[in-house]
Design a binder for this molecule. Structure first.
Ligand code: NIG
Ligand code: FE
Length: 416
């Protein structure tokens, strides 16, 4: 048994059984001043005020003194493309000089350039690179990470990526694999998008499902990529094969992704930089989590999604990194929190819910993660600050003092 004892603040983000928080509740994070957390068999056994902890009830308690520090639930990074080969700093360079993300894609860069390199990469080295990235994520406080495929775009390479995502699970953090075969149209299907959609539906989705490689099915619904009709087809087939729907919607244009996402009952609808007021109304009545990706707008110098309007309309909002070599080369959730505060005007409390409970909701694990509540998995962070507001306040600085994954303290040294 481990007792994280006498923290200046234990931020529980308690949801009392709720899968996520929406509206005003998104800002309610339930802070215990001078609090303690007892961990037993990898789960939260007890949480409360330090003075109320009854040492007499438990023997052999290892005490971790958290005096003056802040304790939070482990971060859930609910949207990443973590398994890929190579880097694209050349595109970063071009964007600084004035080219847009879409122009660069048309010039032969973009998703397809990473597809080429990922196809060429043997599985072992892909796993090694991904493992390093997972350790970086952990070093900033991520204890569960969603990972999308989508840089293979054929059966063998999509399988390879998803196998890597699965093999990473628990080493050192939990991974949740998502099939994103509909990320772009691969070169061998150029000009034949409908054939590619048919190939995904007839061959790839059934195989991914048979091999139990993914939990979710996602699609990049965007002009030049996949239409709302494609999304409806693919996500419905995915669901029939046991993969719950997710969607990349309204990133570069208002293209109809939200409407389809709501129609197919997506667990999350992600991006939303170009969401309309009508779509916000639709989302506010649905049970999909809106996963916003402030790092992408920051890195591409692009407009931010209207987080304030979404929250005020009652849409549950999560924040994730979207870690990928094109539009967000960062795994630092703490930095995303700051950007969400300053650029999207989310309150610090709303942001904390967004990277814990609501992100857990976006990947279907809020019954076991996302808050510090009795019975949940003991994924717990200790921060070297005395007030939770200091986490986004000191930006770009890593405040992590210790990370517990399923109750085990894990090393947090990582190299880039
Ligand atoms: O989520 N939107 C599409 N996919 C990624 C970018 C992928 C890439 O550029 O390699 C995203 O932003
Ligand atoms: Fe993405």
């Amino acid at each position: 048994m481990i007792l994280i004892h006498n923290a200046n603040q234990v931020v529980t983000v308690a949801s009392f059984g709720g899968k996520f928080k929406r509206g005003r509740e998104q800002g309610e994070i339930f802070v215990i001043e001078r609090g303690s957390v007892l961990i037993r068999d990898g789960k939260i056994e007890w949480v409360g005020r330090a003075i109320d902890f009854n040492f007499g009830l438990y023997s052999e308690v290892e005490i971790i003194d958290a005096t003056g520090k802040v304790v939070l639930p482990g971060f859930v990074d609910s949207h990443t493309h973590l398994v890929f080969a190579g880097t694209r700093e050349n595109e970063f360079d071009l964007r600084i000089k004035g080219f847009t993300y879409q122009q660069i894609a048309e010039m032969g860069g973009g998703i397809l350039s990473t597809v080429k390199r990922t196809r060429e990469e043997p599985k072992e080295s892909l796993l090694e690179t991904a493992h390093n990235y997972a350790k970086i994520a952990l070093s900033y406080g991520t204890t569960t990470i969603e990972i999308k495929s989508g840089y293979g775009l054929n059966l063998d390479d999509e399988v390879k990526i998803l196998e890597v995502a699965n093999e990473l699970n628990g080493n050192p953090i939990f991974t949740i694999p998502t099939f994103l075969g509909a990320h772009a149209i691969p070169p061998e299907f150029k000009g034949r998008k409908d054939d590619y959609v048919k190939f995904l539906i007839d061959k790839v989705i059934p195989e991914i499902s048979k091999r139990k490689l993914a939990r979710f099915c996602d699609i990049f619904c965007e002009d030049g990529y996949f239409t709302p009709d494609d999304a409806e087809k693919i996500l419905n087939v995915g669901r029939r094969f046991g993969l719950l729907p997710k969607i990349h919607a309204e990133q570069f244009s208002n293209y109809g992704g939200v409407k389809v996402g709501v129609k197919v009952g997506a667990i999350s609808i992600d991006h939303l930089e170009n969401i309309s007021d009508e779509d916000i109304q639709l989302l506010s009545k649905a049970d999909s989590v809106a996963v916003l990706l402030p790092g992408v707008s920051f890195f591409l110098d692009y407009q931010y999604p209207p987080a304030r309007k979404l929250i005020d309309s009652g849409v549950p909002v999560a924040i994730a990194t979207d870690f990928n070599p094109g539009s967000c080369m960062s795994l630092n959730v703490q930095l995303m929190m700051t950007i969400a505060c300053t650029q999207m005007k989310m309150t610090i409390e709303e942001v904390i819910t967004a990277v814990t409970l609501n992100s857990a909701g976006a990947v279907g694990i809020s019954d076991i993660a996302g808050s510090i509540e009795v019975g949940k998995r003991a994924d717990v962070l200790i921060f070297n600050v005395a007030d939770y507001r200091m986490i986004p306040y000191f930006f770009g600085i890593n405040h992590i003092d210790a990370v517990f994954v399923r109750g085990k303290r894990v090393g947090i040294k990582a190299s880039a």
